[in-house]
Design a protein around this ligand. Structure first.
Ligand code: HEC
Length: 290
């Protein structure tokens, strides 16, 4: 194995090991950052839903409360306001999604699907649980969901969700009495669930990862080329030349020119020593001839 091959092999092993370690760590960090970003994003969407709810209770409902006896206005219902706000958002960003998934809902479109029911049951089983974060495949790609329990804390909720007899007549005209009743004080009846797409931040993370790996490989390629050129001119060529001269001298060819080296590095020092040794050998050979 030549010196160049040995050095290149050692270099390649070190580079590949380094690439594997830094690649693994950076990939994990980038993916983790992407997920954190999505969770922050989902948290903000949840806050925005809560803001829409609070706005409806505090500002919209008081304005319309007198009209409710003539005609029920869903616009005064916080859950309706939050869901509608998101439906508007979904017109431009269909991969974002909000639902007040409920086991026994007033509005059938709020009925929990199978996986949402699983989440609600987890909240019902463990009253301490305040948040569930998970991932799911959706038709628009992988998605992260953030879920929080809906617990009936305010007895006023039961006016419309307790027994049908207490609920406003106008509401029953619109929604009937079959669903959305029988909720209990302190019961977890459903879950607010926000879904945020994961594909875009993951793509960004993968792009950053690819750029990192490509720049690592490019840096190595440059180091590799420069080192090989340097190796060839500084070490391999002079050593080969010396070996050739030594070969010729040892075969009795004393006419070969001396090894020329002007530098001050170790190879030049070796060259000077080599020349001195050659002269001594030549002298010895001449003395032997006499
Ligand atoms: C004035 C009657 C009324 C009151 C009071 C009321 N709601 Fe509702 N609620 C409704 C109606 C009507 C809907 C269905 C709205 C729609 O069409 O999306 C609804 C929907 C919901 C939903 C979505 C699931 C479903 O049933 O469709 C949740 C969750 C909910 N309400 C929770 C509450 C909570 C918690 C309170 C108390 C803070 C409360 N509601 C008070 C009338 C009421």
């Amino acid at each position: 194995m030549t010196l160049t091959t040995k050095i290149n092999l050692a270099l390649a092993v070190v580079f590949l090991a380094g690439l594997a370690i830094t690649g693994y760590i950076s990939h994990a960090i980038l993916q983790d950052n992407a997920k954190r970003e999505v969770i922050t994003h989902a948290g903000m969407m949840m806050e925005s839903a809560l803001a829409a709810r609070a706005y409806t209770i505090n500002e919209i409902k008081p304005l319309l409360v007198d009209k409710l006896s003539e005609k029920f206005l869903p616009q005064t219902v916080p859950s309706y306001a939050a869901t509608q706000e998101f439906n508007r958002l979904r017109q431009t960003r269909p991969e974002y999604w909000y639902k007040e998934a409920t086991l026994n809902p007033t509005n059938p479109s709020d009925r929990s699907t199978e996986w949402e029911t699983d989440i609600i049951q987890q909240f019902r089983k463990n009253g301490e649980l305040t948040e569930i974060i998970g991932e799911r495949e959706t038709p628009t790609g992988p998605s992260l969901y953030l879920a929080r329990p809906i617990r009936i804390k305010n007895p006023e909720c039961l006016v419309c969700h307790g027994v049908p007899g207490d609920a406003p007549e106008t509401m029953k005209v619109l929604y009937g009495t079959a669903n959305g009743f029988g909720w209990q004080q302190n019961e977890i009846v459903g879950s607010q669930i926000v879904s945020v797409p994961l594909s875009v931040p993951f793509e960004k993370a993968n792009y950053a990862f690819r750029a990192f790996i490509i720049s690592q490989v490019a840096t190595f390629a440059i180091i590799f080329i420069v080192l090989n050129i340097a190796l060839r001119f500084i070490i391999i060529r002079p050593v080969r030349k010396m070996a050739l001269i030594a070969d010729q001298v040892s075969n009795g060819d004393l006419a070969v020119p001396e090894f020329r080296s002007d530098g001050k590095d170790e190879i030049s020092q070796l060259g000077h020593s080599f020349n001195r040794m050659r002269r001594s050998v030549e002298k010895a050979m001449e003395m032997m001839k006499q």
